[in-house]
Structure formats: structure tokens, C-alpha cells
Design a protein around this ligand. Structure first.
Ligand SMILES: [Zn+2]
Ligand SMILES: [Zn+2]
Length: 183
């Protein structure tokens, strides 16, 4: 899925004074997500561990999002998994600022019932920590472009054949030498 359902934290009468903070852990029962063109399954949902602080004109939320994701290796197409450990840092203003347009990255607001929705922050942290290239192992050899064999299982022989073909081809400037007979 793309994006998360709201993850609403009700502050109630907590964090009413600047400097007060509150630790919060939680878990989202999410079975998978997509990032770009790629689909990932989540073995055990998404856990988050955050601290909310009243920073005067808003609530600062910092913390970590953790998950284990499984997808496909970009080189060999075999299953490939990775751990997500993404940093959250989001600021929720109590009131919409007058210079709202100067906030280039946008801003979040504390809800009218003193709620904050962590879903955007959690989602951003997950996507930011999703590797751009997913590999089954750092040195994955990938697939042979000629025959499609998984080169992690060993050489398929195409490379040797290609080299031999080049030696025999007209593009090889030394090919003519083969026919040169020296008496
Ligand atoms: Zn691979
Ligand atoms: Zn091959």
C-alpha cells in the first residue's frame, strides 16, 4: 500500500507546558508497503519508538521506526530482505503560521482535539530508509544478460563464448593475424 492510515495520538491534558515530554511506543499491523515501483512485505508490522515534546509553539516528535521488509533482489530477482531503522523528526505546530508559504517542506498541525497524527512521519521514515537498490547480498552477481542464468550459482559459459566470438569476429583488429602465415 502507499501511505498509512492515520496513527492518532491523543495528548489529552499531557504536554500542556513547554519542556514537558512523553515517550510512546507502538506497533502498526501493516503487512506490506510499496516504495516507487517496488512492493515489500513486512514480516512483523512496523514498530515505532518516539518522544513527544512540547517545544513552545508546537509538539516535536523524534524517534525511530523499525521493521523487517522482504522484497526482490534488483539484480538476480531472488528474495531479498532488509531491516528498516528510520529516523523520525516531525514538528506539529499548535496554530497555522501566518507565513505558512515560507515553510518549503510544508508543516503538520496539532489537531483541534490536541491530537497528532504520526502516520506521515512514520511513512516518511520508512520510505527514507528503504534502500534505493535492494540486493540479496552486497556482491550479488545478478543474472546473465544472454541466457538469464543466476550467476550466483556459478558461471553460465556465455562470457567465455562471447569472448571467443569477439576473437573470431571482424571487429577484432588482430583477427587477420590468424590467417597470416609466416614462412
Ligand atoms: Zn541477488
Ligand atoms: Zn549466460
Amino acid at each position: 500500500m502507499e501511505g498509512l492510515d492515520p496513527v492518532v495520538v491523543e495528548l489529552g491534558d499531557q504536554l500542556e507546558n513547554p519542556g514537558e515530554s512523553l515517550s510512546l511506543t507502538g506497533k502498526l499491523d501493516l503487512s506490506g508497503y510499496s516504495s516507487g515501483e517496488k512492493e515489500f512485505t513486512l514480516a512483523d508490522g512496523v514498530s515505532y519508538d518516539v518522544v513527544l515534546t512540547n517545544a513552545g509553539d508546537g509538539i516535536l516528535v523524534t524517534g525511530i521506526v523499525r521493521a523487517h521488509a522482504d522484497g526482490q533482489c534488483d539484480r538476480c530477482l531472488e528474495p531479498a530482505g532488509f531491516d528498516i531503522s528510520g529516523e523520525i523528526e516531525e514538528y506539529y505546530l499548535f496554530e497555522e503560521p501566518e507565513d505558512a508559504e515560507s515553510y518549503e517542506d510544508g508543516f503538520e498541525l496539532v489537531g483541534p482535539e490536541r491530537t497528532v497524527d504520526l502516520s506521515g512521519a512514520i511513512w516518511d521514515a520508512m520510505v527514507m530508509d528503504t534502500p534505493f537498490v535492494v540486493l540479496c547480498r552486497p556482491d550479488c552477481a545478478g543474472l546473465c544478460p544472454t541466457c538469464g542464468a543466476n550467476l550466483n550459482d556459478g558461471p553460465c559459459g556465455c562470457a567465455d563464448q562471447a569472448e571467443q566470438a569477439w576473437v573470431d569476429s571482424d571487429e577484432n583488429p588482430f583477427a587477420a593475424l590468424k590467417n597470416l602465415k609466416l614462412d
